[in-house]
Design a protein around this ligand. Structure first.
Ligand code: NAD
Length: 498
């Protein structure tokens, strides 16, 4: 057996997170180091404690920053082919270990197994696309007024990148920043959400360790807001990528701005799906149900408003309610369900309030509206109008608010009547009509005859309005996000100056 085969066998036979390395009550700061304070990881469906990770302390953060700063210098100079091979090995290991990782994602996030498989598949794709970035080092040979002087611009890594992620899709939302940042020669300090420090932190850290990433290049610093703020305000990191709520994103943006850091903010949404009178209603129902009820509606691109043409609203409402009633709700780790638990009690209270207040203000409860903690049943609300919480707020729960529109003009007005601008869709059998309408929607992403939750590694993912700050994730944009220009000139002789 040659060395590579031996290494491969060891990696594949060993659990990535189950038993291989002791990461319990620890953080990764150079190596796995013990923490005084533990963070219990609770399974939302049962309340059971799945594991305890460490809460990063100021000393850990300092150590991680120092290690990252020194490791990054050599990493930036490492043959891009070698960097790419580590990312491809991570993709291979991820595929090989999905049997171990999927149940963790299911139990920790409360999502169903296909959602966990999606996180793994999308992360493998992110890794492969990121590996290819190494072979596209864009630069420019610049015009020089002096023919004896060569003038060019090259892209260099930004250096240290802080990655802060939420709990809903913790693995892939970490991977979409970690993989391209590393591929392009940066070091990363990852802070996962306290609900999901294993899927959003330990798994990524262990995966890259096993794939052969040199020590110090990826730190995993679990904890809450104070750990996040310590990283955002630390001197060394040049960039912050943040995925989470608009309120926290605003705070992170302020702190990053004050400390002169580049910041990529991917924030909340309130997606609209417009259903025109010539739509395939059954196709629209399939899309609308997926858009509002996937992962219990806890998706930034979820369909938050179904804007339906008056002439088809009755049929659409009836069929969507029928569909909602067929969706089983329960513990995804033990039962075949379509919807799992809501992440925490605060979120259930919020969903409940939005539904109740909207009904008080005139909306009609067609189906659902029922909570059985930690579950909230798929809910369809009809007669929703602007001013009601179900229209105005990002619900982040399994609720489909239906809003009636008189014509195409009103549909556009209603869809744009939100501070957010992440994702939208239009259902119509007339491609030209749908296209004309889609172009007028103030969103970062829009789909004709599809639902609002769509993502691929190669697209410019991001939102307008309060859904972000103009940053975009995705293969091509990642070069712009995670590197910066350096202008360089070379002259054979120093020019004479007056
Ligand atoms: P959140 O904003 O509460 O938390 C996100 C992360 O920020 C967590 O890691 C949290 O610990 C950290 N954090 C909290 N306060 C901080 C502070 N002061 N400084 C630094 N870090 C801090 O978001 P959430 O509730 O976990 O996630 C739900 C939100 O995320 C929704 O609004 C959803 O739409 C959005 N989201 C957006 C996208 C996208 O790509 N646009 C994707 C997924 C989720």
């Amino acid at each position: 057996m040659n060395d590579t085969a031996a290494a491969t066998q060891t990696s594949d036979n060993m659990g990535l997170i189950n038993g291989a390395v002791d990461w319990k009550r620890k953080v990764l700061a150079g190596g796995w180091v013990s923490a005084n304070e533990g963070l219990d990881v609770r399974e939302p469906a049962t309340g059971d404690i799945l594991a305890t990770v460490g809460v990063a302390e100021p000393d850990h953060i300092r150590q991680a920053l120092d290690e990252a700063a020194s490791a990054q210098v050599a990493w930036a100079e490492t043959d891009p082919d070698k960097r790419a091979r580590i990312l491809l090995e991570a993709a291979r290991l991820l595929d090989a270990h999905r049997g171990e990782l999927v149940p963790w994602i299911v139990r920790e996030t409360g999502g169903i197994a296909p959602k966990a498989q999606f996180e793994i598949n999308a992360s493998i794709a992110e890794l492969r696309h990121a590996a290819s970035l190494n072979y596209h080092e864009p630069g420019a040979l610049l015009h020089s007024p002096d023919p004896g002087r060569t003038s060019f611009a090259r892209r260099v890594p930004v250096g240290l990148v802080v990655v802060i992620t939420p709990w809903n899709f913790p693995f892939v939302l970490g991977m979409r920043s970690v993989a391209p940042a590393l591929a392009l020669g940066n070091a990363v300090l990852l802070k996962p959400d306290p609900h999901t420090p294993v899927s959003g932190g330990v798994m990524l850290a262990r995966l890259f360790q096993e794939a052969g990433l040199p020590d110090g290049l990826l730190a995993m610093l679990s904890g809450g807001a104070s750990v996040g703020e310590a990283l955002v305000t630390a001197e060394e990191p040049r960039m912050v990528t943040f995925t989470g709520s608009t309120a926290v994103g605003r705070r992170v943006g302020e702190l990053a701005g004050r400390n002169l850091k580049r910041v990529a903010l991917e924030l909340g949404g309130n997606g609209a799906m417009i259903v025109l009178d010539d739509a395939d209603i059954d196709g629209a129902i399939s899309c609308g149900s997926f858009g509002s009820f996937s992962h219990q509606g806890q998706v930034c691109m979820a369909t938050g408003r179904h804007i339906v043409h008056r002439s088809v609203v009755e049929e659409y409402t009836r069929k969507l309610a029928e569909k909602a009633m067929t969706l089983p709700v329960g513990n995804p780790a033990t039962d075949q369900v379509a919807l799992g638990p809501i992440i925490n009690n605060r979120q259930i209270e919020r969903i409940d309030r939005i539904v109740r207040e909207s009904i008080e203000q005139g909306a009609t409860l067609v189906v659902g509206g029922r909570r059985d903690d930690p579950y909230f049943y798929p809910t369809v609300l009809a007669g929703v109008r602007p001013g009601m919480p179900a229209f105005d707020e990002e619900i982040f729960g399994p609720v489909a608010p239906i809003v009636e529109a008189e014509d195409d003009e009103e549909a556009v007005e209603l869809a744009n009547n939100t501070a957010y601008g992440l994702s939208a869709s239009v259902q119509s059998r007339s491609f030209g009509r749908a296209h004309a309408l889609a172009r007028r929607l103030k969103v970062g992403m829009v789909h004709i005859n599809d639902q609002t939750i769509n993502d691929l590694p190669q697209i410019p993912m991001g939102g307008r309005g309060q859904s972000g700050n103009g940053s975009r994730f995705g293969t091509i944009n990642n070069i712009e996000e995670f590197t910066e220009y350096q202008w360089m000139t070379m002259s054979a002789e120093a020019p004479p100056y007056p």
